[in-house]
Write a protein that binds this ligand. Structure first.
Ligand code: FAD
Length: 311
């Protein structure tokens, strides 16, 4: 548990930034520039997501490697089981190890685009717990492993109790920490958090924060994830929904209040879903007064960056 352990005793709030791999070379370049700027705020780590089905897995691996090499920041690479045989997973993990990636978020994965149900494949995995077991079996303690948790309960879970029971199984199988799905009602999170603790889950549980970045985007996300929206949020957004700037401002204000509540409750880690955007997340961190601007990163100029440099 290298990343969390080394920082644990400091009296500070830490944050991490999650990005998804762009599909074009230019998109990757732009994202690396953005990560370079956001990296100056000294996040505890940078996550890169894994496309379900592994269709952009090379980009994820490359991005993780580039971020580590050029920024000196720790990277948390997501990896999912969707359409991945054990051999393919092993190949990706070997590659990650070769590239010096030490932190993984082990996930089952969503169904691939267009499919509604998640279907296991022959010689693959059924659940994230199988992936956690596999990583520990093959690589021992080389990787620090995170897993996903769902304060509003995973959409295909049989029950809330089962979902927490299976979350505990992932931790018992060797996961070091949990990052949660997005949510906007901290009371729901706190009740779930308490239930997790009562169920014997003792590891770090990190709230996953997705700022409200725009009205349409917010609506799409909450519909896709079936996220519960507190009345305060819907009522505040309704009169300003046509004004992008006002919605963004509200999103920042809400984000600061949502995160402040966690800091006041003693939470030390916050995980931001950036959606590859910069401004709102940085404004929230500034608003919380936790921005760490002391970091002097060994970033190279992006013009010097090329895939060949890290291969
Ligand atoms: P699991 O823990 O396997 O759970 C899936 C479902 O199965 C749950 O309903 C659970 O209750 C049930 N279950 C678990 N174990 C058992 C068992 N032994 N027996 C019966 N039922 C069981 N998706 C991507 O494609 N790429 C990403 O990079 C990505 N990053 C994410 C990051 C975070 C922080 C989060 C919260 C989610 C992310 N996802 C990502 C989405 C995730 O892949 C989906 O939510 C997926 O549907 C479930 O993944 P999981 O790892 O939580 O699955």
């Amino acid at each position: 548990n290298q990343v969390l352990q080394s920082e644990k005793d400091q009296d500070k709030t830490f944050y991490s930034f999650e990005y998804f791999p762009p599909r074009t070379e230019q998109g990757v370049e732009n994202l690396l520039d953005r990560i370079e700027r956001m990296g100056m705020t000294n996040p505890l780590w940078i996550d890169v997501t894994w496309n379900a089905g592994g269709s952009t897995s090379d980009i994820t691996l490359d991005l993780c490697s580039q971020i580590q090499t050029f920024s000196g920041l720790d990277v948390l690479m997501h990896i999912t089981c969707t359409y991945m045989t054990r051999d393919k997973v092993l190949e990706s993990l070997d590659r990650a190890k070769e590239l010096g990636i030490r932190n993984l978020l082990a996930l089952r994965g969503d169904p691939p685009r267009g499919a509604t149900d998640w279907i296991p494949i022959e010689n693959g995995f059924n659940y994230a717990v199988d992936l956690v077991k596999f990583i520990r079996e093959k690589y021992g303690d080389f990787f620090c492993i995170g897993v996903a948790g769902y304060p509003e309960v995973h959409l295909s879970a049989k029950s809330r109790e089962d979902d927490i029971k299976y979350l505990k199984e992932k931790v018992d199988a060797g996961a070091d920490f949990i990052i949660t799905q997005l949510f906007y009602d901290n009371n729901i999170f706190m009740k779930w958090f308490k239930d997790c603790r009562e169920a014997g889950i003792t590891c770090e549980i990190i709230p996953g924060i997705l700022p409200i970045l725009g009205y349409d985007r917010f609506q799409r996300t909450i519909q896709f994830c079936k996220t519960i929206v507190p009345p305060e949020v819907s009522e505040s957004l309704e009169p300003i929904k046509a004004d992008d700037e006002e919605v963004r401002k509200y999103g920042i204000d809400f984000g600061v209040r949502q995160c402040r509540d966690f800091i006041d409750k003693g939470f030390r880690f916050l995980h931001f879903y950036t959606m590859n955007l910069e401004r709102s997340v940085i404004e929230i961190i500034k608003g919380l007064g936790i921005l760490d601007s002391q970091r002097d990163l060994p970033f190279k100029k992006s013009s010097k960056r090329s895939k060949e440099d890290v291969r």
